[in-house]
Design a protein around this ligand. Structure first.
Ligand code: GLC
Length: 440
């Protein structure tokens, strides 16, 4: 991949799997990070969370360990979400963690903890701010229905808010060491009754500032700037795309899909729609097969812990990753000539030129791989335990004759117990075949 991608993004596209962390005052309400807006809560009523914010079990080292053992290679932490509360000791607001009972800069602790585990670090910074007095009340604001909205807006000055963002981003990019990703969120220029876009944020100015302060940093695409300005496409959120994410010329972008385990990004006590470990692995495989990254979110409790539901899924993914990460790290979509059979995905490592058949459903006894017959394949093995998978190009043993041009793999009825939620078969080509095609 590093052969075709610009160098700055290659660590990111090699990593493929990251952790998103949503943590803020909304973690106390435990019913969605948007609840201030959903329930139209006033600043006065929201103040109780600020007054009592006290994550006494705050343990970013545990989060970082859980991320690393899940196989994640980077983490993005919400320094400020839409509620406007800042988890660092900002000089530009009083609405910050050091003024709560928590009493310390939590962002710094998170960044230190993840770096100590060898992960890259990203900062999520909300462009939206429901607390700043100069942020004008728009469709998405908790005061959107206030009868005196127009009048309130007359006293609000977005120019001051723009400066506030520049000051804060400068703080974040000068006071916290090397930041690998800046995850801005989000623009909505087309909303009726008042949206916000690049002119409201001065995205051009912000981008220039960011590039100047940390030229290596990767920035996402939520600043409402023309294509080509961002390093990471984040248009896929909480769904599985049907195709790789490409630019107008068809070139694969460095893209990342963000997902929750259940639906809410902030800790949600009562959500009952948690994805299974198997479903999370399916998603990861399918994103990589389309040449993308997946960043999976955790919402720690207001006391600062990951709950059991999150821990179970992270450790389940980690067990699978321990045995199968070779099909994930450094991998991307396979060259177009390789068309996977039904219910399967291919991932491909352009450095080693090995192909990975990921089976979302385990078939009975055999599977045909179109186009891979005719002496192209040297060896096939189940990645989880490195056990050979036998190959043939005929009707031997009467299990389904191989269609013309295909390679048939004979499959065991029972799989090993570990690493087979999504079984992966590694396909190693003959050198003579590798010399006949270019990747892509
Ligand atoms: C949406 C939501 C936000 C969440 C984000 C993650 O933009 O507004 O709550 O942080 O998705 O991508």
């Amino acid at each position: 991949m590093s052969k075709t991608m610009p160098l700055r993004t290659s660590w990111f596209t090699d990593a493929r799997f990251g952790m998103f962390i949503h943590f803020g005052l909304y973690s106390m309400a435990a019913r969605h990070e948007w609840m201030k807006k959903y329930e139209l809560i006033s600043d006065e009523d929201y103040q109780v969370y600020f007054d009592l914010f006290d994550p006494d079990l705050f343990a970013p080292a545990e989060w970082a360990k859980a991320a690393r053992s899940a196989g994640m290679k980077y983490a993005v932490f919400t320094a400020k979400h839409h509620e406007g509360f800042c988890l660092w000791d900002s000089a530009f607001t009083d609405y910050k963690v050091t003024n709560t009972p928590a009493g310390k800069d939590l962002l710094r602790e998170v960044l230190d903890a993840f770096r100590a585990e060898g992960l890259r670090v990203g900062i999520y910074y909300s462009l939206i701010d429901w607390h700043h007095p100069d942020f004008t009340i728009d469709t998405l604001h908790p005061l959107c229905d206030a009868p005196n909205r127009e009048e309130l807006n007359r006293n609000r000055d977005m120019a001051k808010y723009r400066q506030y963002m520049k000051d804060q981003i400068t703080e974040l990019l000068t006071g916290y060491g090397k930041i690998d990703i800046l995850w801005t969120d989000f623009s909505y220029p087309k909303f009726s009754r008042g949206g916000k876009g690049h002119l409201d944020w001065d995205s051009e100015g912000l981008l220039a500032l960011i590039r100047r302060l940390q030229p290596e940093l990767l920035i996402n695409d939520r600043l409402d700037l023309p294509p080509g300005n961002a390093d990471i496409d984040t248009s896929v959120e909480q769904f599985l795309p049907e195709n790789p994410v490409v630019d107008d010329s068809g070139k694969l972008l460095a893209w990342e899909a963000c997902h929750t385990f259940s639906g809410s990004w902030g800790y949600h006590r009562e959500e009952r729609t948690w994805k299974s470990v198997k479903m999370c692995i399916d998603l990861l495989v399918q994103h990589v097969a389309y040449g993308g990254n997946m960043i999976l979110n955790v919402g720690p409790t207001s006391r600062g812990k990951l709950d059991r539901r999150a821990k179970e899924r992270l450790s389940g993914m980690g067990q699978w990753m321990e045995l199968n990460s070779r099909a994930i790290y450094g991998c991307t979509r396979a060259p177009k000539k390789f068309v996977p059979p039904a219910d399967c995905r291919y991932t491909y490592n352009p450095e080693t030129r090995r192909l990975y058949l990921c089976l979302l459903n385990w078939p009975y006894l055999y599977i045909h791989l179109p186009g891979l017959g005719g002496g192209k394949v040297k060896y096939t093995q189940l990645l989880a335990d490195g056990s050979e998978i036998k190959r043939r190009e005929s009707a031997e043993e009467q299990n389904g004759s191989t269609p013309p041009g295909a390679l048939t793999l004979d499959l065991p009825t029972l799989l090993p117990e570990e690493g087979c939620e999504v079984p992966v078969i590694e396909i190693i080509f003959e050198d003579s075949f590798l010399s006949t095609f270019e990747d892509e």
